[in-house]
Design a protein. Sequence first.
Length: 254
Amino acid sequence: MYLLELLNPASGFRKYFTAVPAVTDELRCAAYRIRHDVYCRELGYEPVRSDGLETDEYDPHSAHCLLRNNANGEFVGCIRLVFARPGDPSYPFPFERLCAATLDRSVVDPARLPRETIAEVSRLAVISSYRRRRGEKTLPVGVTKADFGTRKRPRFPYIPVGLYLGMIALARGHGVETLFMLSEARLAKHLQRLGIELRSIGPPVEHRGLRAPSMMSVSAIVAGLSAFVRPMFELISREVEEGYRGLSRTRARP
């Protein structure tokens, strides 16, 4: 059974985890609590708050995806997509502020793109009990080359990959074509292992360590997913879609 899960990560993911779009206030608060535990209490990126929720001005126009442990119902990680601000689409995304002086606008000028088709990936976090290895306690999410194992001892990083694919499913569902991201160099390498290509759009900037701005095409990512990863993406996409359908059914009740 273990070998089957490794050969078909969708099978392993279905057994252990479920991708849950945060479509209710309760689910959004679950994402905010994870962010608070990781970003505020553990890493000190943001001040600790009395309500235990880490939020900012971008959350009201964002979509969030959670990962739930099927064994105990615990939410173990989250990721966020920031959309253009309703009523004020020219309002800058976080990366536009941080990289205002360094963005290579000969590659892309986000201000000239249809703002309803772009979004920024942010607030990726995994709770501490799932970041147990040396060095992971200082990172909001742990993923290394070792997570993919070796030929003799294969493994698969269901949690970070599940969150990345949930991000893509969210973006596609919301009609987003271009995603922007501030990330460490190591993250780009690991995303490439999944067939997700990031294009650099400027030099690294200091933001909780050196992070480089990049962009990616949602349609190109979906079209280029390997046969190994695609079934897992399709499974997560169905879970995300079901989350939104469930909300619609609830609202339709008399």
